[in-house]
Design a protein around this ligand. Structure first.
Ligand code: MGD
Ligand code: MGD
Ligand code: MO
Length: 737
């Protein structure tokens, strides 16, 4: 049996190292490669799925073109050449008639390791309208780092140095094998643990301190903690004095968040709040993982993430051994941003990015200000990938598809995302997709979105391509780790798949972009991007590099602040953000109470915390794999025992969840892990076994919680445009089905 050193991509972007055992082109076994630095430890079940997934009949194998009406599930198999020729022709016609900006792309969790290629294609094509999940996932956290610290912040968990591990709105027990591993290691090394979560999750249960706050109030909590910490002089005076900008202003702002006021907002008692602040300040430095909760809770998303990071800074836990280290790309590596050709998108096209006039933080206005700073430090090889930090506003693009305002959007290429499941307000997304003139889906398996498309194209999965997790390729950490294809992506007569890079290149070369796609294969791309590192190592080829030692790591060091200027406009840690100020936003964190009319609260009394991660699924993926489905067959809604009792609901009942936008059903699990007034619903549920054609679209409308969620731009985060998937805006009511 041959061993292949591959990179797993069954989840978001980490790119864990795998060993794949192959015999006569068949995958026999997959095991974790524990020698490499990025692995899930023994904590992930997904690798065991690889064989079932690879050979599953639900996978896409050949390009398909629809033969009758959209959504009728009648397909004709065509060649890749014909598919790409026809699609390129249609894209060119849309550009001629409406302008390049009338073509948009949709992205998800950044899979395929080739979002740089999508961005490159769009920059060369001339459209600024790439939209995706990053607006509500990781993009905000990333941009907050760059605006506040001029770098990303990476954990430096060291026994003897690190005093505490904090999970803030994050549940790695279900969704983050490596963070869960760190959490357990922290406990066994005697570090303190603290969890900020409205729910008693598994880590909360095991933590020394569980902070059960009212959802969506993290910014108030962090400001309240700051107020106590500043008043009691528990902060790191030396760090604050030497390395931060705007402490006096911050102090004044924090003073507005008195213990009593914050108690009122967060639902914590004043006594508890003081205890939390002191506990936090006393156990420094700490290692913290901030989850997705704040990003899903407008209108406080960006201010909350900023406040949490500022809190870390003032207690002296940033840029210090055992705390959070300021990091950048791996020396010698060409990071994603340098592959995107962002300078090729003309200024007047940038100015057309949909939503960027209103939501300026995570779109060209904010991105350009930050890019200027980062270029001073890293030149072209900076970590500010546009696919992560600069997006069109998805809800506004969907509206443009429907209304033609501010201008028509007629073509959409969906790759590595499943908009009918993952974006809010499914009905509106559905209408928008149907209103396009051209809808192309490039995916690994069938999805409801694929069913609605004009062309459905088969993508190679990680087993079939050389790959690096975009955790490394984006350049936020000085580590690269790469893997090789385990099996071919094309076997004549059996399947013909392209990887994401080949797909975008295939379209680009048909649209006059030939000179910008010099590398024919993904492997050649990695060879180019790793060239300096491979040469320095003395390896003859990428293959040799992978076989010998497939990673390069320059551990980040503390003391960056002391070296002089950070890549922020003031050169210091910006407690007061001059970039937010220039964008016309409040430069200091503040809490905004969501404005919800009383009659709405009365009619929809429950707040929905949607989308807790659950193993073994990853968003809408893997529902079709029988061995996984057996482990978790149904969508689950968690309901507080008292609430359920009042409605006559018992464990296992099907329950309707309803908002003005729609109604879906999930199965009840009674819970006492969080306060009455809330429910917890799973997201991204569909049923591959149900008919693919309309109206079912594989059971799209039955349990998909985004049928009930809202993406009204007025309810989106005023800075980033993130839509509510958690927090006070997401109100609903339930009844027994
Ligand atoms: N209500 C609610 N909605 C949510 C959330 C929530 O908590 N609540 N969470 C949100 C968050 S944080 C995120 S990140 C988004 C996720 O949003 P999406 O990323 O859109 O999630 P998926 O539904 O998994 O879609 C990913 C698709 O990409 C395909 N795919 C996987 N790998 C590859 C590849 O290498 N190449 C190609 N071409 N395709 C590939 C998969 O088969 C799948 O169909 O969902 C968001 N939606
Ligand atoms: N199995 C699995 N793993 C995944 C994914 C998956 O789909 N499945 N998706 C991946 C992706 S794209 C992402 S973004 C990550 C997300 O990973 P996490 O950020 O860990 O997301 P959740 O599991 O939803 O955990 C968020 C926690 O925040 C809590 N919470 C809700 N509202 C609030 C609030 O207002 N404040 C605070 N402090 N906490 C709150 C919730 O109760 C929940 O326990 O998971 C990744 N890992
Ligand atoms: Mo996410």
């Amino acid at each position: 049996m041959e061993v292949k050193y591959s990179t797993c991509y069954f989840c978001t972007s980490r790119g864990c190292a795998m060993k794949v055992y192959v015999e006569a082109g068949e995958i026999k076994k997959v095991s974790v490669d524990t020698d490499a630095p990025v692995t899930p430890g023994g904590f992930c079940v997904r690798p065991t799925l690889a064989r079932d997934y690879q050979n599953h009949p639900f996978r896409l194998s050949f390009p398909l073109k629809r033969r009758s009406a959209r959504g009728a599930n009648h397909w004709e198999q065509i060649s890749w050449d014909r598919a790409l020729d026809e699609i390129a022709g249609k894209l060119a016609r849309i550009r001629d008639q409406y302008g390049a900006e009338a073509v948009a792309t949709s992205s998800g969790t950044g899979r395929g390791a080739a979002d740089f290629a999508k961005t490159r294609f769009m920059n060369l094509f001339g459209s600024p309208n790439r939209f995706g999940a990053v607006t509500i996932c990781y993009g905000p956290r990333s941009m907050v780092w760059y605006t506040t610290f001029g770098s990303s912040v990476v954990p430096d968990q060291k026994p003897g140095k690190t005093q505490m591990m904090v999970l803030w709105g994050r549940n790695p027990h279900e969704g983050g094998p490596s963070s869960w591993h760190s959490f357990l290691k922290a406990k066994s090394a005697g570090m303190r643990t603290m969890v900020v979560d409205p729910r008693l999750t598994e880590p909360a249960r095991r933590a020394d301190l569980w902070v059960q706050l009212r959802p969506g109030t993290d910014v108030a909590l962090a400001l309240g903690m700051m107020n106590v910490i500043i008043e009691e002089r528990l902060y790191h005076e030396e760090f604050v004095k030497s390395h931060t900008f705007g402490f006096a202003e911050l102090k004044e702002r924090a003073s507005e968040y008195t213990v009593e006021r914050v108690a009122g907002i967060t639902g914590l008692s004043p006594y508890k709040l003081v205890e939390i602040a002191r506990f936090f300040a006393q156990h420094q430095p700490h290692n913290m993982v901030i989850g997705v909760a704040a990003e899903h809770s407008p209108p406080n998303s960006i201010h909350a993430i900023r406040a949490i990071n500022i809190l870390r800074a003032i207690v002296g836990s940033i840029d210090t051994e055992g705390g959070g280290l300021l990091a950048g790309p791996c020396p010698g590596f060409v990071p994603d941003a340098a592959m995107e050709l962002n300078h090729m998108l003309p200024k007047e096209q940038r100015a057309k990015q949909i939503g960027a006039d209103r939501f300026r933080f995570l779109s060209y206005p904010g991105w350009e200000l930050v890019e200027t700073e980062l270029k001073k430090r890293w030149g072209e090889r900076h970590p500010l990938a546009a696919y992560l930090n600069c997006m069109a506003h998805a809800p506004s693009v969907f509206r443009a598809m429907l209304s033609g305002e501010p201008y028509p959007v007629k073509g959409l290429i969906v790759s590595a995302s499943n908009p009918l499941l993952s974006f809010a307000n499914t009905r509106l997304v559905y209408e928008a997709l149907k209103a396009t003139e051209l809808l192309v889906t490039f995916d690994i398996t069938w999805t409801p979105t694929a069913q609605l498309s004009d062309y459905v194209l088969p993508a190679a999965c990680w087993l079939e391509r050389p790959d690096m997790g975009n955790f490394a390729s984006v350049g936020a950490y000085p580590l690269v780790q790469i893997g090789e294809a385990a099996v071919p992506s094309r076997v004549p007569g059996e399947y013909e798949r392209l990887d994401d890079y080949e797909f975008w290149r295939g379209l680009g070369t048909r649209l006059g972009q030939e000179e910008h796609w010099p590398w024919e294969t993904f492997e050649e791309v990695w060879e180019y991007r790793l060239k300096e590192i491979i040469e320095e190592r003395g390896n003859a080829s990428l293959r040799e590099f992978i076989r010998e030692k497939r990673w390069a790591l320059e551990p980040p060091r503390p003391g960056i602040c002391r070296q002089g200027s950070l890549a922020t406009p003031s050169g210091k840690v910006e407690l007061y953000s001059t970039i937010l100020e220039r964008l016309g936003y409040d430069p200091l964190p503040l809490y905004i109470e969501p404005d919800i009319p009383e009659h709405v609260k009365k009619k929809y009394p429950l707040v929905n915390i949607s989308g807790p991660r659950v193993r073994p699924y990853h968003h809408s993926e893997f529902r079709h794999v029988e061995s996984f489905r057996r482990q978790h067959p149904d969508p689950i809604v968690e309901i507080p025992v008292d609430t359920a009792r009042k409605k006559g609901i018992v464990d296992g009942d099907w329950v309707y969840i309803e908002t003005p936008l729609g109604k879906v059903k999930q199965r009840a699990r009674l819970s006492s892990a969080f306060s009455p007034g809330y429910i917890v619903t799973q997201h991204a549920w569909w049923f591959p076994e149900e008919p693919g054609e309309e109206p079912s679209l594989h059971g799209l409308w039955e349990s998909n919680i985004n049928v009930t969620t809202d993406d009204d731009p007025d309810k989106c985060d005023p800075l980033s445009g993130g839509w509510p998937l958690k927090g006070q805006y997401l109100r609903c009511r339930i009844s027994k089905a």
